[in-house]
Write a protein that binds this ligand. Structure first.
Ligand SMILES: Nc1ncnc2c1ncn2[C@@H]1O[C@H](COP(=O)(O)OP(=O)(O)O)[C@@H](O)[C@H]1O
Ligand SMILES: C=C(OP(=O)(O)O)C(=O)O
Ligand SMILES: [K+]
Ligand SMILES: [Mg+2]
Length: 582
């Protein structure tokens, strides 16, 4: 691989149009901007080396993947007129400045408390990067309404919120309590858990269980845990489809709460272990998700890589050219056994601590979380830390100190994203909870930068081809340079988003501006640490891309003269350093 360094100066006249999207900044009249020369050091990794182990096919063909208009003149005129960045990011950049934008991404579960257009907009303004709908609850019409409302928000108000659909999965859970919000189980009470279905309302102290084999699998003396221990029962008698249980730890039973049963201190996995990860209802939900064009499908209770591979080929066959990313939820004992192969097969993972905490001892959850976060980083997959981050805020307007410490730890581990569940779905303070995640993320990220505590995580090779290896090394070098030179931002021009994610994996100190031509890639990048995704048409002429980008961003007040920027491109596999943009 040959590397050449050249210096060039840019003298370019650019026509600039006003921003297309509404923004908080002053309106911009169309203007003509002169860009005087700037120092430009270019380091181009040549792709045409004869190193023997690489063929032409290994390298991206700039002509094959060029998406910009054919002529440079046409591109300057047509493509310079718009760049899409979401209004929340734009405000963040203006408020916090280049180096202090939030790096940790935020996922909000949408539920009855947040499904209205105004509530969704408030979450988007508050920094929601991804809206999650949980197919355990609500019907498809409800979910369709939410997904479309998010899309409308993006189109009409200039946000880029991605949508994640989370499957129900086929673990054992209770029915929906015949419409009641909750039921209280008291110490010593006898409750019936039954596989029979009931008309609403069900008989008193009777709970429907969704899994047919439940009554056969449990034994007298087993312990039955609701939601991993929010309430606890002992099985006292079996009567055909009905299982009589005595409450030993009182607690609240919530609709569709998860059920596990334990024998001699271990979780029992009888025939329920044979249930398919993706149930027939899940497949219908997945078809629904594909037709609604969701960005992510999160698969509950993944047991093996096989199911992920199956789903990925299903999606590829159903939605030609679509790029729905598959997120593996790590929440069962089986998923922990096959962790690495599951994560390798997936496009990302979720540390689903809710159910995980019902399957392994609670004191093991923190170390498992750290292990998954690290592994995802090594394998270059985005990772979400989920469940109970701010649980008390379902009821109260401020978090507990312990919750803030938990959120801080996930940020410190440099997880890509944090997720709200009940806090945003049905809590009393969804926006406040989101703002706690936002301010804690910002504060911890800043602290880390101030302390210069770059973690010494040695990144292992992830590349599967020589070309990919070049991109990986470029990103590692760029991140190092960015930290040492204390640059203001790294720009990455990426078609598929892969180069942007390789850069995010290095967790540089500065924000990463990721430019992509595709709106769906842009939405997907919203889940990844430190990436500020923009949609922009660009060519393989980096000089013209940079000039256009600078003038568009400058005009919107998102960068300033004198900013130091490193630019990467996955078409040219190049690094450029712009010392003081003009
Ligand atoms: N679409 C919905 N409709 C009604 N309630 C919902 C919906 N989504 C979430 N919720 C409520 O928010 C709570 C937390 O959401 P989540 O963590 O996603 O589900 P779960 O508690 O089933 O794991 C749920 O228990 C449920 O009470
Ligand atoms: C995120 C989780 O999954 P769900 O909310 O669907 O149970 C979890 O169990 O932590
Ligand atoms: K789910
Ligand atoms: Mg779960």
């Amino acid at each position: 691989m040959a590397a050449t360094a050249t210096a060039a100066a840019a003298h370019t006249l650019l026509h600039l149009a006003a921003p297309r999207k509404p923004s908080a900044g002053p309106p911009l009249p169309p203007t003509t901007l002169r860009l005087p020369g700037r120092r430009l050091a270019r380091l181009t990794a040549s792709c045409s080396s004869g190193s023997g182990n690489n063929s032409a096919a290994d390298f991206p063909n700039p002509n094959g993947i060029l998406v910009a208009p054919p002529s440079a003149a046409a591109s300057a005129a047509a493509a310079s007129s718009h760049i899409d960045v979401d209004v929340a990011t734009e405000a963040d950049l203006r408020e916090n400045g280049f180096r202090s934008t939030r790096r940790t991404k935020l996922v909000c579960t949408v539920g009855p408390a947040t499904c209205g257009a105004d509530e969704l907009e408030a979450l988007a303004v508050g920094g929601m990067n991804v809206a999650r709908v949980n197919m355990c609850h609500g019907d498809r019409e409800w979910h369709r309404g939410v997904i479309r409302a998010v899309r409308r928000l993006n189109e009409e108000k200039g946000f880029a919120v991605a949508v994640m659909m989370d499957t129900e999965g086929s673990e054992i859970h209770m029915g929906d309590l015949g419409g009641a919000a909750a039921a209280k189980a008291e110490d010593g009470e006898i409750w019936t858990f039954s596989v029979r279905s009931f008309e609403a309302p069900p008989p008193e102290r009777t709970i429907h269980v969704n899994y047919e084999g439940f009554a056969e699998d449990v034994r007298v003396g087993d312990e039955l845990l609701v939601d991993g221990g929010m309430a606890r029962f002992e099985v006292v008698e079996k009567l055909g489809p009905d299982v009589k249980c005595r409450c030993t730890d009182p607690g609240l039973l919530l609709p569709r709460a998860n059920l596990t049963f334990w024998r001699d201190g271990s979780i029992v996995r009888e025939r329920n272990a044979m249930l398919p990860t993706i149930s027939s209802k899940d497949w219908l939900d997945i078809d629904f998700g594909i037709s609604e064009g969701v960005d992510f499908i999160a698969v509950s209770f993944v047991k093996s890589a096989e199911v992920i591979n199956h789903l990925k080929s299903y999606i590829a066959a159903r939605s030609r050219g679509s790029d729905i990313a598959v997120i593996a939820k790590i929440e069962s004992i089986d998923s922990l056994k096959n962790l690495e192969e599951i994560i390798r097969a997936s496009d990302g993972a979720m540390v689903a601590r809710g159910d995980m905490g019902a399957q392994i001892p609670l004191e093991q959850v923190p170390s498992v979380q750290q292990k998954i976060v690290k592994l995802c980083r090594q394998l270059n997959k985005p990772v979400i830390v989920a469940s109970q981050l701010l649980e008390s805020m379902i009821e109260y307007p401020t978090p507990t100190r312990a919750e803030v410490a938990d959120v801080s730890e996930a940020v410190r581990q440099r997880a890509d994203a944090l997720m709200l569940s009940g806090e945003s779905a049905m809590g009393r303070y969804p926006e406040k909870a989101l703002s706690v995640l936002r301010s804690v993320s910002l504060r911890i990220e800043k602290w880390w930068r101030e302390e210069k505590r770059h973690e010494e995580l040695e990144l292992k090779d992830v590349s599967s081809s020589f070309s990919d290896k070049i991109s990986e090394e470029i990103c590692i070098s760029a991140a190092k340079m960015a930290n040492k030179l204390e640059v203001d931002a790294v720009f990455v021009y990426t078609n598929t988003g892969h180069m942007a994610s390789l850069l995010s994996r290095c967790r540089p100190d500065c924000p990463i501006f990721a430019f992509t031509t595709s709106t769906s890639v842009r939405r997907r990048l919203n889940l990844q640490w430190g990436l500020i995704p923009f949609r922009l048409s660009f060519s393989d002429d980096m000089e013209s891309n940079l000039n256009r980008t600078f003038s568009l961003l400058k005009a919107r007040g998102m960068i300033q003269s004198g900013d130091l920027v490193i630019a990467l491109s996955d078409m040219l596999q190049s690094i450029q350093v712009m010392n003081g943009i003009s």
